[in-house]
Design a protein around this ligand. Structure first.
Ligand code: NAI
Length: 339
C-alpha cells in the first residue's frame, strides 16, 4: 500500500504534537491536510509542517482533501460529530479522548463505528502505549505479581498550570470528567474487570475558586470491580513539583509501581537543597513517546488491516465511570454503574 494520507483536525496543545509526529516521524504516513478554527495554527501547519491544504471547516476538509484517514484532536464536544462524518466518508479514524462528552454521544459513536467495521477506529488512550505501562501489563500477563487485585492511581496536574484550570473550570465538566478518564481506563485494563460501584469525595484547601463553580480542586475515589478487585484514585490540580502521574498495581505475589517519582530524566542535582531529581512538567513531556507509539500503531492497523486492541466501547465505559464519579461526589453517596 502507498502512504496513508492523513488529515488532522485540531492543532492546539496536543494537536501540534500529533501533527508533528504524523508529518515527520511515522513511516508510511503523510500529513496532507490540516483543519483548525485558528488561522495562526493553519499558518503554522503550512510553514512548519509543510502541509499543502489547510481548512477552517472540517466539512470542507472531508469534501476537498484526498484522504485515507483523519486524526481528531479538536475540542472534546466536536469529537463525536467529526467521528461520524469521517466514518461516513469511508475514512479511518483516530480520535483523542474523550470519545464523547456524555454517554449518549458515546453511544452514537458506537453505532457509527459498528456501521463501518472495515475501517479502523482508534481511541487515543495513549498511556497504554507508554513503554512503562505496556511493560507493566506484560509483566502482569506473565504472572510476575500473581493475580492483580488492587490499583492505586494518582494524577495531579502542576500547580504552575492552575490558573488555566480555574479559568476553564466552568466549562470543563469538573475535575472527575476532565482529569480521570486515563486512570479509569488503566484501572479496567490492569484489573481485567469492569467497575461496579464508586464513591468519590472532594477537598478544597488552596483555590476556593473551584468551589464557586461546584468543582473541586482535589478528588479521591474508591472503586469496587465486578471480579472483587478494588481501586483508588487521587486526582488534583496542585502538584507543587510538576506533573505527577503515578500508578501502583498490587497482586497476590507482588506489586508494580510506575513512576512513583515523576522524574525528568536520570540526572540527580547535588546543590544547597541536597540531592534531588527534577520532575516532568507537562503531559507532552511525560507522554511524548506514548503519543508517537499510539499513532504508529494506528497507521500499522490501517496498513495491516488489523483491529486496534482499544475499542469504541472502552471510550464509552470510561465516560460512564467518570460520570458516576461526578454523581457520587455531587450527591455524596455510593453510585452503582448503570443505576
Ligand atoms: P486546544 O484548545 O489547545 O486546541 C483545540 C483545537 O481544536 C484548536 O486547534 C481549535 O482550532 C480546534 N477546533 C475547535 N473547534 C473546532 C471546529 N469546530 N472545527 C475545527 N477545529 C476546531 O485543545 P487541546 O488541549 O489540544 O485538546 C484537544 C483534545 O485533546 C481534547 O479533546 C482533549 O481532551 C484531548 N487531550 C488529550 C490528552 C491526552 O493525554 N490524551 C491531553 C490533552 C488533551
Amino acid at each position: 500500500m502507498s502512504e496513508i494520507k492523513v488529515g488532522i483536525v485540531g492543532l492546539g496543545r496536543l494537536g501540534k504534537v500529533h501533527a508533528r509526529n504524523i508529518a515527520f516521524k511515522i513511516p508510511g504516513a503523510k500529513l496532507v491536510a490540516a483543519c483548525s478554527i485558528m488561522e495562526a495554527e493553519l499558518q503554522y501547519a503550512k510553514e512548519e509542517l509543510k502541509v499543502s491544504e489547510t481548512f477552517t471547516s472540517y466539512k470542507e476538509m472531508l469534501e476537498k482533501a484526498d484522504l485515507d484517514a483523519v486524526a481528531i484532536v479538536s475540542s472534546s464536544p466536536c469529537h463525536c460529530d467529526q467521528i461520524e462524518k469521517a466514518l461516513a466518508k469511508g475514512l479511518h479514524v483516530f480520535t483523542e479522548k474523550p470519545l464523547g462528552v456524555d454517554v449518549e454521544e458515546c453511544k452514537k459513536a458506537e453505532k457509527a463505528v459498528e456501521a463501518h467495521p472495515d475501517q479502523v477506529f482508534f481511541l487515543g488512550f495513549m498511556r497504554r502505549f507508554d513503554p512503562s505501562y505496556s511493560y507493566a501489563k506484560k509483566k502482569i500477563e506473565e504472572g510476575a505479581i500473581g493475580t492483580p487485585y488492587m490499583v492505586k492511581a494518582t494524577g495531579i496536574d502542576p500547580e504552575a498550570a492552575v490558573e488555566g484550570a480555574i479559568k476553564f473550570a466552568p466549562t470543563s465538566g469538573g475535575l472527575f470528567i476532565d482529569m480521570s478518564s486515563h486512570d479509569v481506563d488503566l484501572i479496567r485494563w490492569f484489573l481485567g474487570s469492569e467497575v461496579k460501584e464508586v464513591y468519590a469525595l472532594g477537598a478544597n484547601f488552596k483555590h476556593p475558586e473551584f468551589l464557586s463553580c461546584n468543582d473541586t480542586e482535589t478528588g479521591a475515589a474508591l472503586f469496587q470491580l465486578e471480579n472483587g478487585g478494588i481501586a483508588e484514585l487521587h486526582v488534583g490540580r496542585t502538584a507543587a513539583h510538576g506533573y505527577h502521574i503515578e500508578t501502583e498495581i498490587v497482586g497476590t505475589e507482588g506489586s508494580i509501581r510506575i513512576s512513583p517519582v515523576p522524574e525528568k530524566n536520570l540526572a540527580i542535582l547535588y546543590d544547597r537543597y541536597g540531592a534531588r531529581q527534577e520532575c516532568v512538567e507537562s503531559f507532552p513531556e511525560r507522554f511524548d513517546e506514548a503519543y508517537l507509539l499510539e499513532m504508529q500503531e494506528f497507521i500499522q492497523c490501517i496498513i495491516e488491516k488489523k483491529k486496534p486492541k482499544l475499542s469504541v466501547y472502552d471510550g464509552t465505559r470510561a465516560t460512564e465511570i467518570c460520570f458516576a464519579m461526578k454523581k457520587s461526589f455531587e450527591e455524596k453517596r455510593l453510585v452503582k454503574l448503570g443505576e
